[in-house]
Design a protein around this ligand. Sequence first.
Ligand SMILES: [Zn+2]
Length: 250
Amino acid sequence: MSVSDSMSAAKDRLAREVAAVSRLLVSEGILDYSGHVSTRVPGRDAFLIQTGLDSRAELRPERLLLVDYDGNVLEGSGKPPAELPLHIEVFKARPDVQAVLHCHMELAIAFTMMKGVKLHLMRARAVRWESGIPMHPDPSHIKLTEQAEALARTLGPHHAVLMRAHGLTLVAESVPALLVDAIHFQENATAMMQVLQSGAEPEPLTEEELVQINLHEMREFHVGKLWNYYMRKGMGAALVPPEWELVQAS
Ligand SMILES: [Zn+2]
């Protein structure tokens, strides 16, 4: 296989990952008619993202656009989402980030609208966000470069940023890791909401407990385990075509 063939195979695999994760995040109630997943393409000064119009529930890999960091569509047909600058500025600000999810997760938004209540680290897997979960104050859609630069500044070195009355942006080292983080972010927000709804006072993880959790953290293994679970679940529910070969079908 030539170098350009293997680069193209890597891009095709990433496109299948983005399509599969988008479909699964719809089934998990994290994406709906809007929101998007993007990922850098190794060897190309560009990233993959879906069009604004294509349904997240039935996204196909061949429909993804290859877009450069000036917002030009290099490959594919259709228009990128209106919030494309969000992805561009986060990628520019964070060379360590390979994949970005922007979504309008209901429970995440709820925690931007409660006076005096902050989303805490409740469940063990929320250790991923121990550096902090900042909240961006601009409630409008991020359509302009300067808005997106401001969002990237609020995100800073963290792995998640809440967006006031709007949504959430998560960043990760790969598309599979991004799926896992999205699932755990929702679990953690659900846990805190359940505590609040019970009338009890939330008791977040302490610094000592976070240290303890980190001692046993095996992120790579954990991401692989959940990737296998969700891809097989998706194939069982006919959401992810087995011929995409993201994991063994049986
Ligand atoms: Zn949005």
